[in-house]
Design a protein around this ligand. Sequence first.
Ligand code: ZN
Ligand code: ZN
Length: 354
Amino acid sequence: MDRLNALREKLVEKGLDGFLVTGSENRRYLSGFTGSYGALLIGMDRALIITDFRYLSQVMDEATDFQLCRQGTDMWSTIHKSILELGWNQVGFEAEHLVVRDYSVLTDGMENISWEPVSDLVSSLRQIKDPAEIEKIRQAVDLTDHVWQMVSTQIKPGFSERDVAFHLEMEMRRAGAQGPAFATIVASGPRGALPHGLAGERVLALGDLVVVDFGCVLDGYHSDMTRTLLLGIVDSKQREIYELVLKAQLAAIAGLKPGMTGSEGDSLARNIIKDEGYGEQFGHGLGHSLGLEIHESPRLSPSDETILAPGMVLTVEPGIYLPDWGGVRIEDVVVITETGCEVLTASDKQLTVI
Ligand code: ZN
Ligand code: ZN
């Protein structure tokens, strides 16, 4: 109900009679319905959830603040009929979650209604996680820590990148995850220079740096962590780059606090890497929020001016990528608190040679 009321305040600000929700994570966030098909119509005193016969009993169990409306011949005609019954004139819809084809079906024959595209309304409400959400993220992060502890010690030269990904994903499922949060990244040796190098056929060799970035989905919520391993022997350059990335990551964690902007948060790590001459080799933002999706707003990036607030959950993941050499990235998940941030990820991040 708190979430619905927060949305209704936004509708009043925007002068809307009602709001159509078609984004799947937003539908889940606002209604509690975890099924994969449905739309919400939310007005000042009514909240409808439209779905089809497959989900009727699930909706009654999960979306207790919503009135169930069974889809007729198709979703759009049911939405039309419902909006006419509700008597709405100004109707908002999610600009980022309605494709052009569906928009034309939605508005066809409904020219008397004023359709207002609204961007990122629900995602802005989702920026600050409530305690129940933080607990779910914490559990997803704990699961990845547990899996990393089991798998990282077994990685050795002769494994392919795909072997590593397979073991991580298998152990995540064994530990109760619904599945991986995204396609697991295992980028070894020179492939480590690709920040999003999906696990491939390359076989790990002695002296490789191996960037492993993975996460799970547990009860709808995502985790995300990166560690960079060294196989067998370390040279001075590998050590230098690793220590620099770690120093930047620790400085960001020490400095993140509410009241600063996403770009100020980003600069905590970026300035350290820039000062050592590797600014150009850190080509992505420092981090992103996560929750029902793996990438949410706000971001820790030079272009995000969102003010950080307690309850925001963010990754902190500086990296340095050198073509033909490899890369280093270290990523933890943190929660912004009243005074700073709390690190949820517990896995060791000192230089580990295996
Ligand atoms: Zn990651
Ligand atoms: Zn990430």
